[in-house]
Ligand binder design. Structure first.
Ligand code: G3P
Length: 496
């Protein structure tokens, strides 16, 4: 048995490889950002070949840093930006179009037409999801309808569809394995989360050929081996899960009622609801948390499209900060936002609003508002959005969260975490290792090959770094949230 587990974390803006040891410690890490393409307002694309080449590059780099050969790697676990849609030729391996990213809004109007035809309840009952351009189904339909010749090739059986983990597994096995796992399948809006099958009724409705869809497997099992050319010899690929579900697993939220929030490109709050899917009446979606053996665990999810990406926006577009980390110090140069609110609805609003046409806005500007106020308001907007989904989660589940477990890059920001505790009026617990997404993928793979004997054992690897206790009064918190909800109303429907 190899010494390490390799986690490949295919994120929205970068690919990362982390080698973990048996104690869940990071042995080496390599990361590379890749190109974000915005061909039209509201459209977001990636080059699928660049996703693959950067991922292979960071995997090799992480092995070199650890001085590891393929024999040192017991298994690979993959976790990925979910919903992002890739179609490729199964003979040449060439994508027929760029990957259409989960954030892309190009199919909003088509989604409206589905809603107008009264399909909301039918889709929700089957898939657990709301009809929105966010999910893969309408992106795949767009590629079939709009890219010349693609529908004919798909119907002939020449093309494959996959989300990012499917694409990477297919590439790593040199075209031998075309699979996805339950968690990723549950984000396509094509998968019936009750029967655990691609839904023929929805496929017919959207005119999508079944033959291009991958086989759906558990999240923790051996899918195949890497081709020997990549790492000097074969390594089993033994775990796959969408990044948010992987983070839930990495935070060891194994019991119903346990929840985590990940501050990545977006923010995603997931609560384990056990073996029964719970349907939301407060704007959340029902999703598969993981499938292990023949047991499926479900989750309720609040998906926020822009979280850490708002800090990147301050850095890359507004040029108000030089690095994301600067936002922590700059936000504290002022005592408040001076009445300013930022609504970072750059790609519409997800849970609980589900407004495909909302767009970003800055409100409450007066002559005294300076860049530090805007930076602070941007950070605060992340915590307001998280609180909106937290309240929806509590209403749907009938449970009050005793503490919010956090992870992801932006959870390193102490100011942001303190604000979250203040706004949510609950303790915020940050683990020592905030790479819980990669850790979850590693655990899923390691459990499949016996590197870890059981879930109880991996649970012992977790440790809390810091707990942020609420310091703001309830009155002040309520006043801030009232201002936020007023600001959201101005952002709603803007691009309609
Ligand atoms: O559903 C989209 C999600 O998987 C993206 O995750 O970490 O890039 O915000 P992240």
């Amino acid at each position: 048995m190899g010494k390490y587990i390799m986690a490949l974390d295919a994120g929205t803006t970068s690919n990362r490889c982390i080698l973990f040891d048996q104690k869940g410690q990071i042995v080496s890490l390599a990361q590379k950002e890749f190109t974000q393409r915005f061909p039209k307002p509201g459209w977001v694309e990636h080059d699928a070949n660049e996703i693959w080449s950067t991922m292979l590059g960071v995997a090799v780099e992480a092995m070199q840093k650890a001085g590891a050969s393929y024999e040192d790697i017991a298994a690979i676990g993959i976790t990925n930006q979910r919903e992002t849609t890739i179609v490729w030729d199964k003979k040449t391996g060439e994508p027929v179009y760029n990957a259409i990213v989960w954030q892309c809004r190009r199919t909003s109007e088509y989604c409206d037409s589905l809603m107008e035809r009264g399909l909301v309840d039918r889709f929700r009952e089957k898939t657990g999801l709301v009809i929105d351009a966010y999910f893969s189904a309408t992106k795949l339909k767009w590629i079939l309808d709009e890219v010349p010749g693609v529908r004919e090739r798909a119907e002939r059986g020449d093309l494959y569809f996959g989300t990012v983990e499917t694409w990477l597994i297919w590439k790593m096995t040199k075209g031998k394995v075309h699979v996805t796992d339950y968690t990723n399948a549950s984000r396509t809006m094509l998968f019936n989360i009750h029967t655990l099958k691609w839904d023929e009724d929805i496929l017919k409705e959207l005119n999508i050929p079944l033959c291009m869809l991958p086989e759906v497997r558990p999240s923790s099992c051996v899918y195949g081996e890497t081709a020997s050319t990549y790492f000097g010899g074969p390594i089993p690929i033994a775990g796959a899960a969408g990044d948010q579900q992987a983070a839930l697993f990495g935070q060891t939220c194994y019991a119903p009622g346990e929840a985590k929030n990940t501050y990545g490109t977006g923010c995603f709050l997931l609560m384990n609801t056990g073996e029964k899917p719970v349907s939301s009446t407060h704007g959340l979606v029902t999703t598969i948390a993981w499938g292990i053996g023949d047991k499926i665990t479900y989750a309720l999810e609040g998906s926020i499209f822009v979280g850490g990406a708002a800090i990147q926006w301050l850095r890359d577009e507004m040029k108000l900060i030089e690095s994301s980390a600067d936002s922590e110090y700059m936000a504290q140069k002022v005592n408040d936002t001076n009445g300013c609110y930022v609504v970072p609805a750059f790609t519409g609003l997800g849970a609980p609003y589900w407004d495909q046409y909302a767009r970003g806005t800055i409100l409450g500007l007066t002559r005294g508002v300076n860049k530090y106020h805007v930076i602070r308001a941007t950070l605060e907007s992340i915590t307001y959005q998280v609180d909106d989904v937290l309240k929806a989660m509590e209403a749907d589940s009938g449970m009050k969260l005793s503490a919010l477990r956090v992870d992801g890059g932006a959870s390193a920001n102490n100011f942001l975490m303190q604000c979250q505790a203040d706004i949510s009026q609950a303790p915020v617990e940050r683990p020592c290792c905030i790479e819980t997404t990669a850790m979850g993928a590693a655990y899923l793979a390691g459990l499949a090959v016996g590197y870890w004997p059981d879930q109880e054992t991996v649970k012992q690897n977790g440790a809390i770094d810091r707990t942020f206790e609420p310091e703001l009064s309830k009155e002040e918190r309520d006043e801030k949230m009232n201002g936020w909800h007023k600001a959201v109303r101005y952002a709603e429907g803007w691009a309609k």
